[in-house]
Structures are given as C-alpha cells and as structure tokens.
Design a protein around this ligand. Structure first.
Ligand code: KG4
Ligand code: ZN
Length: 336
C-alpha cells in the first residue's frame, strides 16, 4: 500500500507545501515574501499575514504538480516549531482543518529534524547510512547531531550565542548589504582574497560553537578602518566577504572534524540554510576526501526552509505510526 503525505512549512517567511509518496518527493512549491526586504529582516506580523494569503494557492499547486487529489492523501504534516508563532499557526491550523475534514492523521514536525531529512530527499535509501553526523547550520540554529535512526537525534554540541547564519546576516548588515546576507557574502567572496583580513577565532569547549566574538571583532575592525577611510567597505567588499566567510567556515570545520574524531562516525552530512554556502561545501568535500569521510550535501533548493524536508520527516513518522491529535499546538521554541 502506498503512503501519500502533504506537508506544510510556514515557520518563518516562506510558505511551502510538498507531496511525498512512499518516501519519494513528488512536488515542492514555495512562495517567498518580498515585504520584509525593506525592513532588513523578517517582520513577524507581516509574515503571518502573507502566509494566510499564500497557503491555499501553494497547497493547491503542490497537489496539482504531484498529480494528487485531496482524497488520495493519507496524512497531513506541518512544521510544529521552532519558528514564529503567528506563522506556525497558519500552517498548523490549515493542516488540522484539512485532516479533520478528510478524517486522516496529522503529523507535527520539528523543523530542525526536517532540515536533517533534506539529506534523504533523493529517496529514503539514498541518504547517509546510520549512524551519521549532521552539522545543522541555519539562520536560527547551529548544532552538531549524531543520528542513530531517522527519528533519534542526539545533540553533541551547539552554539552558545549566535547561529552561523546570524553571523553571516549580521556582519553583512554591518557592511550595508541586504538581508539575508549569507548568499550575498557567498557571492561577493567568489572574487575576494580569503586571507586578506583575520578576525577573532572563538575558544569554546568541546563541540559547542560561538559566533558573537567574531561579530564584535568584525564590527571593531570596520569601525577602525572606516575612521581612516570612509570608503573602506566599498573598496574592500570582496576581500571582507571572503575573509569573513573563511573564518565562519573554519569555526564550523574545526568542530565537525573533532566530532568525527570523537565518535569515529565517518558518514557526514550538512544541512540548513548555511549548507548552501559554497566555501563550506568545498571545505566539507575536501576534508572528507583527505580523511575518508562519506559526505552528504543537500541540493541547494533543499538547504533553506522548504516543505519537502518537513514531509520527508512526516514519512519517517508515518512508518512508525507517530501521529498527533487535533489538540496539538505550535511551539515557538522547540529542541531536538
Ligand atoms: O535554514 P534557513 O532557511 O532558515 C532557518 O531555519 O533559520 O537558513 C537561513 C539562513 C540565513 O541566515 C541565510 O543568510 C543563510 O541561511 N544562507 C547562507 C547561504 N544561503 C543561505 N549563508 C551563507 N551562504 C549561503 N550561500
Ligand atoms: Zn530552517
């Protein structure tokens, strides 16, 4: 018997819906939100309103692209959290109503677990073998996970302050670049010298991360240079971007390498928005080759927030009959 699941992701500023059948992705539709651009960050109140406008057409298109009709669905999944509460409410309410109307199960999904399952979007047999390590790097989270079965994830280390994506976004903002800064830094860095400038490297214990020292070091550096030359950023943006990017990637790689050494696990994945970063991908591939790791990197469209990964998690939960009831509520904060 085949299992067909519709999944909805609405944790932040993108409304997305996807259909997965038997662990294979049939469609993944996304509607972005332009309204936040001029504010330099996501405005929660505007985000939830935009989700309300997008959700019906996005779901409709996801079903149509998959060639699936509502009566074909075996379950409806949604992102339960972490995320913006008003945004999560739109996805969860829609999922609950549809499941109630069709009398099918609902599945609430942890967004962070979803990011890790982006590694399985070529089909459940094509992801990393268990156990594997996953470096989850997004705008809100930076953590190292040991995954022993698809739904059992243990956090080996996490950031004690900012997330890696936040470090990209905040430093980009200091340079006057648009939000989100990560992809812009990545693009500028292509033509920059990554060793031109150096910034503070954190000294945190074990497998934890810290990015706030780098942020401060970057800020003070810019302030001092701007005093000498008001056009310092304009003249050096490529080298600044490349040097910043190198530092962030070094911080991440240090801990990832240590995690492999400590656990002896050589199946290694990266996931989350920052896993789209070209320098990080290259560093993971290069180190993997040197040290004999098997490396897994999601396709770019599955690195940032998307419903495909959420629906994949729901598929793993469906197989284990992990369903939720209509009383389930979204959570702004949620751990793995
Ligand atoms: O996973 P995601 O879409 O949202 C969260 O769940 O947080 O991640 C968004 C983050 C943003 O901080 C964005 O700047 C960063 O991912 N990002 C990148 C790149 N593409 C997205 N950072 C560095 N390089 C990129 N190419
Ligand atoms: Zn995310």
């Amino acid at each position: 018997m085949s299992i067909t699941i519709l999944g909805i992701e609405s944790s932040c500023d993108d409304t997305s819906a996807a259909v997965v059948r038997d662990g294979v992705l049939l469609s993944n539709v996304m509607a972005g939100q332009e309204v936040h651009r001029r504010y330099g960050g996501v405005v929660p109140e505007l985000a939830s309103r935009a989700h309300q406008q997008h959700i019906v057409p996005v779901v409709d298109m996801a079903l149509r692209e998959a060639g699936v009709e509502v009566p074909d669905l075996d379950a409806v999944a949604f992102t339960r959290g972490p995320g913006l509460l008003g945004s999560l409410l739109v996805g969860s309410s829609f999922a609950k109503a549809l499941a109630l109307a069709r009398d099918i199960p609902i599945i609430g999904v942890n967004h962070l677990m979803g990011h890790v399952h982006a590694l399985f979007l070529k089909g459940p047999e094509h992801g990393p073998s268990l156990p594997f390590l996953c470096l989850l790097v997004s705008g809100g989270h930076t953590q190292l996970m040991r995954v022993t079965n698809p739904l059992a994830m243990e956090t080996l280390g996490k950031t004690i302050d900012d997330a890696a994506g936040e470090a990209f976004d905040k430093c980009a903002k200091m340079m006057g670049l648009p939000y989100p800064g990560g992809p812009v830094i990545d693009r500028l860095a292509q033509e920059g010298d990554p060793h031109r400038f150096s910034f503070a490297m954190p000294r945190v214990e074990d497998l934890d991360f810290s990015f706030s020292g780098l942020k401060t070091s970057f800020l003070y550096f810019l302030r001092d240079e701007l005093k000498k030359d008001p056009d310092f950023i304009g003249k050096n943006r490529h080298d600044l971007a490349a040097s910043l990017q190198r530092t962030i990637v070094e911080i991440l790689m240090q801990k990832l390498t240590r995690a492999v050494e400590q656990t002896g696990i050589t199946e290694v994945g990266i996931a989350g928005g920052v896993s789209a970063n070209s320098a990080l991908k290259e560093a993971v591939r290069r180190t993997g080759k040197q040290k004999g790791w098997k490396v897994y990197i999601p396709e770019p469209r599955f690195t940032t927030d998307n419903a495909a990964m959420i629906t994949m998690t729901a598929y793993f939960k469906y197989l284990r009959k992990q369903f939720d009831d209509q009383q389930i509520t979204p959570r702004a904060r949620m751990m793995l």
